[in-house]
Write a protein that binds this ligand. Structure first.
Ligand code: ASP
Ligand code: MG
Length: 440
């Protein structure tokens, strides 16, 4: 009996919308995959940059009776033309989309499942464009809708969770395709076959779930800026690229708002021990950031910010108000950033959305809401030096708490002071060398 060699684990390459924004960008994606074709890569793609938000506006406009699809269609036709592909290639998809929008217009209302259906066209279009471009370059590629591959989710439209039984289906379905599969990120379908979306920027999560399902060698996230940095360089000019992060460190950074990866996308990697790499499409030889079981080796890891959070105070705090708040959070499937008791009040910090305050109206308790706040988390450090640095910079800290692991200190402050606070914390945690102990 001859034993067939086991196929080597394949890498997953995920491309965000910015990597597909125009012809030259999409050609770079083609180059990158072409250079790696011997590894049997699996590609996962987002919608073309800006298209998901545009489709969201188109869906809402339809509910108000307006037809605003034109610019989205032109955007894709122009990308097809730039790639010298057939500009009529997506006509069937756009006809289907126009029919759905027509139904929304005539009813004058947009249901959550219809919104997901409309949003799905972004990824469905980009997967077809990328696959067609690869085929035109002489590579063999197939566009695949993730739900046809077996990615099944619950029915929580807009933030659906993928069910664990999807993995086996995805693994066996993918083994049947020859060539490079170009899979839609962001999308799944529920048990009734209705399309769902995994939450904004969910394609990173699609890539890691698919990577986990197939036992991938690694998952590469190709970004415009390669690597995870110690802070958002737009806020902190001295931020630098981190070369290595543990799953825990990367998970904590993204949980506190580091936008470089989707917050939940690290979990499938951590569960399966698959390395992730954040790489730069414009400079593919740069090693970027490796996310694996080996940590950064540094004590403080990075600063993650949320630009827009709400502080909700509920008084008086009692077992009853606590139960009501937890009930409201569960109904909204909202995970608070922080929840604590202080001076007879219950404090809840959430990402800015009016959903929670609306849900709490009629609670009987006194609810006060502070808006225009931001949070800054220093991941990997709880040093009191951080508090002192904010104090010295004159930052009006409204609340602080611990998070992690790894040890993390989170500060809540006025959104207008975000850059000031982020720079002060970065200087304290990453730029000032600790003076040596004085000789005795
Ligand atoms: N296209 C979706 C979004 O813009 C998913 C993604 O980009 O990852 O949110
Ligand atoms: Mg995107």
């Amino acid at each position: 009996m001859t034993l067939l060699p086991r196929p080597a684990p394949r890498p997953v390459h995920k491309f965000g919308g910015a990597s597909l924004t125009d012809g030259p960008a999409a050609r770079r994606v083609g180059e990158l995959l072409n250079a790696r074709v011997a590894d049997c890569p699996v590609a996962v793609v987002s919608a073309v940059e800006g298209v998901t938000s545009a489709l969201d506006r188109v869906a809402h406009a339809a509910a108000e009776g307006r037809d605003e699809l034109g610019p989205v269609r032109v955007r894709h036709r122009s990308l097809l033309a730039q790639l010298e592909l057939d500009p009529e290639m997506l006509n069937r998809h756009f006809a289907e989309l126009a029919t759905i929008l027509g139904a929304i217009r005539s009813r004058g209302a947009l249901a959550a499942h219809e919104r997901d259906h409309v949003l799905s066209f972004g990824e469905r279009a980009s997967a077809r464009i990328v696959a067609a471009h690869l085929n035109a370059r002489g590579l063999r590629a197939v566009p695949i809708d993730a739900y046809d591959l077996g990615l099944q989710s619950d029915s929580n439209h807009g933030r659906a969770k993928v069910l664990s039984q999807s993995a086996e289906r995805v693994r066996s379905a993918l083994a049947r395709f020859d060539g490079i599969p170009v899979i839609t990120g962001f999308l799944a379908a529920d048990a009734h076959g209705r399309l769902t979306t995994l939450g904004r920027n969910g394609s990173d999560l699609s890539a890691t779930l698919i990577g986990e399902a197939i036992g991938a060698r690694e998952v590469c996230f190709w970004k415009e800026v390669g690597g995870v940095m110690t802070a958002d360089p737009k806020l902190v000019p001295n931020a630098r690229t981190l070369r290595a992060l543990s799953y825990e460190e990367a998970g904590e950074l993204t949980r506190h708002g580091a936008g470089v990866l989707h917050a939940e996308s690290v979990q499938p990697l951590a569960r399966s021990g698959i390395p992730g790499r954040v790489l730069c499409v414009r400079n593919p030889v740069d090693a970027g950031t490796l996310v694996s079981s080996t940590g950064s080796g540094a004590e403080a890891v990075g600063i993650a910010c949320r630009r827009s959070v709400l502080l909700v105070r509920i008084a008086p705090e009692s077992a009853e108000t606590r139960a009501q708040v937890h009930g409201a959070l569960a109904r909204l499937a909202l995970e608070p950033l922080h929840i604590a008791s202080a001076a007879g009040e219950l404090l809840v910090v959430t990402s800015s959305s009016e959903e929670l305050p609306r849900e709490l109206v009629g609670l009987g308790a006194r609810v006060t809401i502070e808006r225009e706040l931001a949070s800054v988390a220093t991941v990997g450090s709880e040093s009191p030096v951080l508090d002192a640095a904010l104090h010295a910079a004159g930052v009006d800290v409204r609340a602080r708490w611990r998070a992690g692991p790894p040890a993390t200190r989170v500060h809540l402050l006025p959104a207008a002071q975000l850059a000031l606070a982020a720079r002060a914390l970065h200087a304290a945690a990453f730029e000032i060398a600790v003076p040596p102990e004085p000789a005795r």
